[in-house]
Design a protein. Structure first.
Length: 201
């Protein structure tokens, strides 16, 4: 078994901190080092860990993200969680080569990211795509039609399903491909080609 990776979470929401605690408790190679509601609190408590998981969706944290995170934990590996509506921050993360994921990422992807970051590897939504079997046949059909510029109503008509069902498929596709809009999803769909699946990385 790999060495145990200690994880410190900095998140303004108590429910996020408790979720990370629970995740570490049920994952053999992860250990919960602590949780703080802010960067200032974590720094004042002198808490450290192998990986510092920081929720950047809090307004009071966003402006300090790149300025203070590395300063606060120079020896730790940082992994940031970014919201889908924080495109400016996402671009900043990309330009700086920082490790980050969408806050809505599935638990298994967050666990994998923590492990990779602890080994000094960089991770991002673009790197963390699912395995080739991740999309169901129906999801692949929806993605192919989406890539052709079809609306949800068009797709519903062609596949004889409800528009609500299409919306659910589209949301799941976004999550599995690590994208946030139809343009990104369509680009991935066109790159995959008809009947194919997302590439494994």
């Amino acid at each position: 078994m790999d060495k145990t990776v200690s994880v410190l979470v900095v998140a303004h929401e108590a429910v996020v901190r408790e979720a990370v605690r629970a995740l570490c408790e049920r994952t053999p190679d992860l250990a919960f080092a602590g949780g703080s509601p802010s960067i200032d609190a974590a720094v004042s408590e002198k808490t450290t860990a192998d990986v510092v998981l920081v929720d950047l969706t809090a307004p009071q944290v966003q402006g300090r993200a790149t300025e203070h995170l590395r300063e606060a934990w120079p020896d730790a590996h940082l992994l940031s969680l970014v919201g889908h509506d924080q495109e400016g921050l996402a671009r900043q993360m990309k330009s700086q080569g920082a490790s980050w994921l969408r806050k809505s990422a599935p638990i298994h992807r967050i666990v994998r990211a923590i492990r990779l970051v602890s080994r000094g590897q960089r991770v991002s939504p673009e790197d963390e795509h699912e395995t080739p079997s991740a999309l169901t046949p129906r999801e692949r059909q929806v993605l192919e039609l989406l890539s052709l510029g079809r609306t949800n109503r068009d797709i519903a008509g062609e596949l004889a399903i409800s528009a609500r069902t299409v919306a659910t498929h589209v949301s799941t596709i976004y999550q599995k491909l690590g994208v946030s809009d139809r343009v990104e999803a369509a680009r991935r769909g066109m790159a995959m080609g008809p009947g194919s699946s997302p590439p494994s990385t």
